[in-house]
Design a protein around this ligand. Sequence first.
Ligand SMILES: N[C@@H](CCC(=O)N[C@@H](CS)C(=O)NCC(=O)O)C(=O)O
Length: 206
Amino acid sequence: MKFYETEGFPNPIRVRVALAEKGLLDQVTVVPVDVMAGEHRQAAFLAKNPSGAVPALELDDGTVLAECTAITEYLDHASGEPTLTGSGARERGLIAMAQRRAEAGFLDAVAAYFHHATPGLGPELETYQNAEWGQREKARALETMAAIDGWLANHEFVAGDRFTVADITTHAGIVFGGFAKLEVPASCSNLRRWHEAVQTRPSLSA
Ligand SMILES: N[C@@H](CCC(=O)N[C@@H](CS)C(=O)NCC(=O)O)C(=O)O
């Protein structure tokens, strides 16, 4: 498999963590994509992923998967028992709910703040900005951090009692917060404690 990524960027990190959790890192060839040089918007990459975003995963039969949740779903079912996306109807539903809330309300909201209300990736790449919307998304990200903090008051992990795709998405939100200079507030002590703990997992330092 080919893993198209930009090292250190939040969304590729989601797939890198999923690959490590599933023990599949040694089965991918990493293909670096130079986002800062605009490579993701050039024809060769758009032919792989018309969304013009990293990451993408090209399977050995040529199929290209994009969108981290879809890639994680594939990896989770491609190798052994599903662990990251749950097993059984109830657990799968709960994990998908937590994942989506963390993605839309936190990770994507931080991304919108970064791209619209800060210099983002710079004038060459940020061709449309709407600062007012970016600020609204910043507020949404802070609200969602508080919500996740509440979930973590009762559970060890974001979607319950085991590490799942919802934890990966939340970790990526915090990584993106680093790009946007939007830290987890001190009031979110559960979220901070959780993040310190999950960072000790080998998959997060892979
Ligand atoms: N929803 C997509 C988001 C992908 C995404 O936005 N990736 C960022 C890197 S973290 C990107 O390619 N940005 C390029 C740009 O903003 O021009 C996913 O789950 O993969």
